[in-house]
Ligand binder design. Structure first.
Ligand code: 5AD
Length: 369
């Protein structure tokens, strides 16, 4: 669908509930037509909470006084088996930027999951050098998630200090992932202090330009142990620097269910066949958050398979380890929720519809004309 920056901004400004219901219904219809009623389940395994970075929003930042863990090879493989038993088609291995998870170890892990299960393998391991990403792909990884967090470069630098001045940028890494034949996922947080509606509209435009296969969107949730969380809690939400303020500023930031659902709906309209999760952050914000996302264009849910003893330590934002999801029966609740809105559960890997075509083009670039 052609959706201009101005159209997107108009939708983001809209608060009229009837108009918003129309937007959500339109996105829901495109979702049904393009990716169907079956919800893809991706089992999430948070393999390490070590992190070398200092992102000002994230509870895993290097300096928080957090007990750290790194799952063993055997523990991760047991989770993969659990994903198969639970009927999931995909395992997502996520971690902080853990320098102790070296590439050779990860390649071995990926190859073992590939050899022992039929699961598609998604990685969400942060910013890694190109040669490592290439090795992960060769070892059998299918997909990679790396959110660009916000398209506003000034805001991004503020919340995500670079490792070194010449470190590759996230857009650069997303480009590598594409060249290497990964299914590529990215996304943003909604309602970062200092983010404007114009920034969010540009995020949507960027999703289209990047031709993303997967789009992850969640509300920013202030973590009290982080600089940005403290700032939000103190309501010291002062615009910084000389950021243009011509577009309605978001102060205090509307990290709301409605705003996140608007972003999900617009993401669906700009990338009709993308896999779009209704995220845990959205479910954390409100008991109906997950269902609201699924009715506004989302088609993926990522149940947490991390062993309980580690789950509470993977504390990127508060209350992430939602009690309703922790217990085994939590999964029953999730399935009931899905059925209550007339949707079904997918079987199989749930590859993005565009990836096979794209990989064929990578192999034979001359047919790409
Ligand atoms: N609130 C919401 N989302 C967060 N993330 C990290 N910290 C927070 C927070 N405080 C998101 C980022 C990251 C993803 C793994 O989790 O967008 O890319």
């Amino acid at each position: 669908m052609s959706l201009s920056f101005d159209d997107i901004l108009d939708w983001l400004r809209t608060e009229d509930p009837t108009a918003l219901d129309e937007l959500f219904a339109m996105a829901d219809e495109v979702r049904r037509r393009e990716v169907g009623d079956a919800i893809q389940l991706r089992g999430l395994v948070e393999i390490s909470n070590h992190c070398a970075r200092l992102c000002t929003y994230c509870g895993l930042r290097a300096t928080t006084r957090q007990q750290r863990y790194r799952m063993s090879f055997k523990e991760v493989l047991a989770c993969a088996q659990e994903a198969v038993r639970a009927g999931f088609g995909t395992i997502v291995l996520q971690s902080g930027e853990d320098l102790g998870l070296d590439a050779a170890y990860l390649c071995e892990l990926i190859a073992a999951i590939r050899a022992q299960t039929p699961l598609a393998i998604t990685l969400s391991l942060g910013e890694r050098p190109r040669d490592e990403l290439s090795a992960f792909r060769d070892a059998g990884a299918d997909r990679y998630l790396l959110r660009f967090e916000t398209s506003n470069a000034t805001l991004f630098e503020r919340i995500h200090p670079a490792r070194t001045p010449d470190a590759p940028s996230r857009p650069q890494i997303l480009q590598w992932l594409r060249e290497l034949g990964f299914e590529v996922g990215s996304g943003v947080m909604v309602g970062i202090p200092g983010q404007t509606l114009g920034d969010l509209a540009r995020d949507i435009v960027r999703f289209g330009e990047l031709e993303l296969d997967m789009i992850g969107l969640g509300p920013f949730l202030p973590h009290p142990g982080t600089p940005l969380g403290e700032e939000a809690a103190d309501r010291l939400l002062i615009p910084f620097g000389d950021m243009p303020r011509d577009e309605a500023a978001l102060l205090p930031a509307p990290n709301t269910v409605d705003m996140t659902c608007k972003m999900i709906a617009l993401a669906r309209l700009i990338r009709p066949s993308a896999n779009i999760p209704s995220t845990t952050a959205l479910a954390t914000l409100h008991p109906q958050g997950r269902v609201r996302g699924l009715c506004a264009g989302a088609n993926v849910v990522m149940p947490n398979l991390t062993p309980l003893k580690y789950r509470t330590l993977y504390d990127i934002y508060p209350n992430k380890s939602n009690p309703s999801e922790v217990a085994e029966e939590g999964r029953g609740d999730l399935i009931r929720q899905i059925e209550s809105i007339g949707r079904t559960l997918a079987t199989g890997r749930g590859d993005s519809p565009s990836i096979l075509r794209r990989r064929a083009m990578l192999k034979n670039p001359e047919t790409n004309q």
